[in-house]
Design a protein around this ligand. Sequence first.
Ligand SMILES: [Zn+2]
Length: 646
Amino acid sequence: MSGIFYLTTPIYYVNDAPHLGHAYTTILADTMTRYRRLAGDDAYFLTGTDEHGDKVAQSAARAGMSPQAQADRNSAEFRRAWDALGLRYSDYIRTTEERHTKVVQAILGQLWDAGEIYLGKYGGHYCYGCERFYTDKEIVDGKCPDHLTPLTWIEEENYFFRMSTYQSWLIDTIQGRPDLVRPERYRNEVLGFLRDPLLDLSISRPRTRLEWGIPLPFDDKYVTYVWFDALINYLSALGGPGDPRFEKYWPACQHMIAKDILKPHAIYWPCMLAALATAHGKPREAYLYQHLNVHGYWTIEGQKMSKSLGNVFPAVAPAEKYGVDAYRYFVLREMVFGLDADFSEGAMVGRLNADLANDLGNLVARATTLIASYAAEAAAPGPVTADEESVVRAAAEARRGLDEAMGEFAFQRGLAAIWELIGALNRYVDATQPWALAKKPAERPRLDRVLVTLADAVGYLGIVLDPFVPEAAAKIRTAIGGTTPPRLADAVLGRLERLPAVQKLSGLFPRVGDSKSDKEARKAVAAMDTPAGVDGHQRITIDEFSRIQLRVAEVIAAEAVAKSKKLLKLTVSLGSEQRTIVAGIAQHYAPADLVGKKVVVVANLEPATLMGVQSQGMVLAGSTEGDGALAVLTLDRDLPPGARVR
Ligand SMILES: [Zn+2]
């Protein structure tokens, strides 16, 4: 059965250069649409660039270019980045294209005619850098909370959208559709915003101040202000209401965004869509999107990515060094969808070596080599045993896990489900020992059963890995003799009865040499294993102690660290920020026992990479040497995450 699917990324601002954050959002959208296409759906993937506004006009003037020429150049740079990463978007929209401005003007005209827009007076504290007014609540010491520069008081006549009339409708809608905004933390954040009164939205700027925009169709002394221009790209790319593409794809629309633009997408946009539906004589929810999927931020080696720190990570760089697949795999696996995560080269190499080279690469190399070596005398496979049955069960389990996770945009869980199966297959090879069977002629039917199962399993991996690591998946399918486009429906184990012609495939993911960070990780692990004496005589001063920042942290997520018996990877909240902390407590706590607990962490510890995972702090735990008991420090009474401990 084929379904319709429409997924958008935000349109990226042409004043930015493509960086890791943009690449992540676009890789997620690419992975999801590849998955839906694999499942047989008609999946449409939209990305593009946002090209209007003060900042674009100003920087073009500084560069001695027209805003259009500069937008052309910078938009092409984003497009080149996505092409270099092999991202298969269906359409690339630019807000300076006529097809976009036409739809924006048509919609504004319809809302004006329907009385959804009025002319009013507006006064406010304006930041030229942000191109926006700030409310008294948002201002920090009279300054822009973003730029920390003084604001300018501006009073002018502007057009307003009657957004306030939609507040109670929007609250009811979000409460009635628990997964409209997901993951849940962002839904809660939106409901939090909506506890304050929703004001009407200023949607215009006088042309005397801003020329580079789309003129209002009912008053050309004004241009359209940012969100009424930018958000409408999701409709204009489909030709707008009435166009057959809109009628086909819009009802299946899902958006993918980073958390910084949650408010416009979760509040302004549903109200705009409700007003448009009303203007078209439809129920308010008629045009509402299906889901708003929100992801977190990447930090770089433990630090927030920012222009001022000079650590803005270029979008394509990791792929140039380690390949597109390794890059995709790392970002998809490392970030729990919705939470923040840290990007570091050491962690990426750790994942590449452990998951891709060792687990997957070795399995494919072993299986294809065994089949290619022993296929010549293949006969009829012997009966299926409990070993094969358990492999078939593991594959069915992996499919269930994958499909369920992808339905919830939980990319990391989808990959974890596939890697469970890869682990089971490596154990199957170890247990059945085909090389030993090959030495005994009487075991030939048994050997053939094992080889057929391996060929079947490798073919299965060539399908389910396709959305995540498309280049490797294509190589796997070629090695196993696949000629037709992969279909998710064929990812079922236990139906293959004859051995196909298989080519040896080794070095699918070459290991990356022992890096400095790998060595540091081992050192740090060794240091953790050394018990600290409690009977030391060295004293420290209160000042020395106060240099250690201890804070209350709430554990949000916990998982085992691959290949480690001792380490757990914890995602903790310190209130204003989230961190990844690796703790050597896996032999004492199951990950599920820790989620929701408030613990005490050293917050200003130098970050260290442990088994390829960067740890940004340390969880405090007490332990005894004799019987090896261990207990994590928790609170006697409740305190909010981030509270100082001293
Ligand atoms: Zn600002």
